[in-house]
Design a protein around this ligand. Structure first.
Ligand code: NDP
Length: 327
């Protein structure tokens, strides 16, 4: 038997999350059984753990949209016992039991080998948020980052923190948008050269085009902030849209696309093919300074997760939360 965070649904429709002992026979079908070492807490985990259940497709459910650990048993020739592996995406932690557990069983196709240069804790300090930040930076690079500061919204959150550190490491000026002024020193330590108050960008768009300011943007917030910043992107620049922490609506006009050739690039970390995953993880190992990564990380344990799930939905988590599932 081993420990897992189990989310169950009561008869009244409310969910309850608690650490329970479960067995290997309880795990869903899959080719590879992994002894999980670390998982994380992402915004989606907050939705899964939270009272409404959010994205969860089946109950009881084990959340945890990513994990890193050691293969314990494998029916797939690509993996053998003892191999270190990482998983992000594929609706694990939503439709398939995830990493908030000391063991997980998944399809071999969903795994990637732990990239050289990273240990399992570092891989989860990066986790889905960092992986997504890298995909966003790569998408901006593919379309050309213009001169001028690159804007990162939701900067003190998981995706924003990693995006800030990677862009700064690559030599870009980074303007970090945050609603928490007290995180300014933290964001500067990650490499941000400018701190932009959330309120400055959070007004409903009044003019579809404003002055051209930003050479590109990684946007974790969406909503009114995304609508507003589209009108401030330099001619031909791009916005990599990652998230909706500030809302799913988009009260924008088509004008920035028509008159400034702005590109709105949707980033999906969930269904990325294997080759893209490997490429992104290799770039992370190369371009993310590990000392900055340490500054972003908080450690937690399985029993902390119900509270952390609530905190992340309120935008109160700074940086990345790594869960040591065996502590
Ligand atoms: P976090 O909660 O760690 O960060 C989100 C940040 O957004 C907060 O820290 C806060 O930053 C800011 N924020 C929160 N609420 C608001 C608001 N109402 N208005 C403006 N800003 C707000 O989450 P993650 O970084 O893990 O994820 C960010 C988003 O990206 C989520 O929507 C998540 O679902 C999505 N995501 C998408 C992925 C994909 O594949 N496309 C993968 C991973 C995440 P600050 O305090 O600095 O203002």
């Amino acid at each position: 038997m081993f420990n897992a965070l189990v989310v169950s649904k009561n008869e009244d429709g409310k969910t309850n999350a608690a650490v329970e002992q479960i067995g290997l026979d309880d795990l869903p079908a899959g080719d590879v059984t992994v002894a999980v070492e670390y998982s994380t807490v992402n915004y989606k985990d907050g939705l899964c753990i939270g009272p409404g259940g959010g994205l969860v497709r089946n109950y009881p459910h084990v959340p945890g949209i990513d994990f890193a650990g050691t293969v314990e048993a494998s029916d797939d020739a690509r993996y053998k016992a003892g191999d270190k592996v990482v998983l992000t995406g594929w609706r694990v932690g939503e439709a398939h039991w995830g990493g908030h557990s000391q063991k997980a069983r998944v399809k071999a196709d969903w795994l990637v080998p732990l990239p050289s240069g990273l240990d399992t804790r570092q891989a989860m300090a990066i986790g889905t948020a960092g992986f997504t930040a890298m995909l966003a930076v790569m998408a901006l690079e593919d379309h050309g980052i213009k001169d001028g500061p690159v804007l990162v919204t939701g900067a003190a959150g998981g995706v924003g923190s990693v995006a800030t550190a990677i862009l700064a490491q690559l030599g870009h000026e980074v303007a970090a948008v945050t609603g928490r002024p007290e995180t300014a020193d933290y964001l500067t330590s990650l490499g941000a050269t400018q701190i932009v108050a959330r309120e400055e960008l959070n007004e409903t768009v009044k003019r579809p085009l404003e002055g051209e300011v930003w050479g590109g943007c990684v946007d974790a917030v969406g909503g009114e902030m995304l609508a507003r910043l589209l009108g401030q992107i330099k001619y031909g620049g791009s916005v990599a849209a990652v998230g909706l922490a500030g809302g799913a609506g988009l009260p924008a006009t088509v004008i920035p696309f028509l008159l400034r050739g702005v590109n709105l690039l949707g980033i999906d970390s969930v269904m990325q093919p294997y080759e893209n995953r490997l490429r992104a993880w290799e770039r992370i190992a190369k371009d993310l300074p590990m000392d900055k990564l340490e500054a972003m990380v908080h450690s937690s344990v399985l029993s902390d997760l119900p509270e952390l799930g609530r905190d992340i939905l309120k935008g109160q988590v700074k940086g990345r939360v790594v869960v040591d599932v065996n502590a």
